[in-house]
Design a protein around this ligand. Sequence first.
Ligand code: F6P
Length: 553
Amino acid sequence: MKHFPRCDATTAWAALGGHYQAHGRDLDLREAFARDPARFERFSFEAPELFCDLSKNRLDAATLRFLADLARECGVEAWRDAMLAGEKINLTEGRAVLHTALRAPPGAAPFSDEVHAGREAMLAFAESVRARAGDVAKPLRHVVNIGIGGSDLGPQMAVAALAPFAEPRLGMHFVSNVDGHDIASVLSRVAPAETLFVVASKTFTTQETMANAATAKAWFLAGGGSEADVAAHFVAATTNVEAAARFGIATTFGFRDWVGGRYSLWSAIGLPIAIAVGAAGFRELLAGARAMDEHFASAPVEKNLPMLLGLVDVWYRNFHGFASRSVAPYHHGLKRLPAYLQQLEMESNGKRVDREGRALPYATSPVVWGEPGTNGQHAYFQMLHQGTETIPVEFILVKQADARAGSSAAVRDALASQQRMLLANGLAQAQALMQGRSTADALAEQPQAPAGAPIDAPTLAAHRTFPGNRPSTTFVLERLTPRSLGALIALYEHRVFTAGAIWAIDSFDQWGVELGKQLGNRLLPLLEEGGGRAGEKPALDPSTAGLLARLGR
Ligand code: F6P
């Protein structure tokens, strides 16, 4: 790989700094729209399966020009090409990063034969599970995915998003937490003979997943199943086939270490998705992602939506200093998208050293968080509108709904009306964030304080003032389908890649998870011994020792 300067050593970085001081910091969106009636057209972009309006962001043509220069100076396109070609760009683990190969057509990416053979086996199995749901004598009714992190969040998010396309006779459940309340609540709702467990773990060593799988197996055996039945009711998705076999699992769907956990829903880890929406639906998901991959691989930086989004993330994080970004999907099926994105972005780009291990003088991943609209509006949107921080918001609007509840025309009309309300709310929030409300308008709207209020009208108007000029991005999807969901997820993957490439970090390792795991493993035996007494464990800090003693009593 050719050497590229780190972002803070580029000409574009310096230019962006100057541009921020001269124009960026004080850019007022209301004035920008007034100056340029074509701003919406100028800053909206089409990508496969979606439309993106960036016009309500604090940027102008020069910002995008400097950001595109930054991408070129930092070698984003070269890093992208290296990723797509299977070079070992995950430097600290010495691994290629090839989730894009999982959605490439035959022959178009490395490991093609292996990928296609593995997928066909997985999809054939998914279809057989769906067929068992229709078995009159011994129907299968439940699928329980046991996994955590990337082996949970992606499949769980996608299954929820695609519920209208799912096999209605199968209950899809997801267990992740080592907290036994999680699995106990699922086990109390299913019966052994009617349940398939998918043990999903790239490594097949993750504590939470191993503990939950062991509990599920014990429950299954206690419920009358035999060891031989375990083979029919437990399958695995893993790179560690031997460990799955030791567990008693006969059917394993494998994948390779070049599939990162948080990028793995396209692999065998996507089995629950394939069971829910069928082989055809899963292929559509892959096709949507593939279309976005092609866009990412070929569009010039200026029109490359994942790159532009990643660059705007850098602009906001490093020049405006915005420390978080809120994601508000206006589709209830996307309720797990913020959690999924937290892992995708924060595990990928929450890094403090560059590729050479030097501590970074600039910020990396923002905090990503959110809830589906309109629920978030009645919770934290207050802070987005009137808090002291500026938090860019991302609205995801889906034009056509797939909500159904029976065949009554009246209910259909009611649901159609709710869909219009949903969209109006999303649009209104973005508008309110940008427009705000001046103190003069607040006063004109309510010239008197309420009778008996211990404040006067101008004071009340100060409370009712919205500063506005708060940035947001709006995505529009025609419909939430397997294909458009695939494109949306791939868009986020490549956006995270772009920001990581600019920041010169390894976006594909996750060493930050390790220390807690190691210490947890050291504390577990102490708890099992009964916690000991504070002071008896000289290696522990007094706080941990004290808490351990209290919990172990
Ligand atoms: O949290 C760390 C992590 O390694 C994630 O990256 C991964 O998705 C998760 O644990 C689960 O790992 P596995 O699939 O190996 O059980």
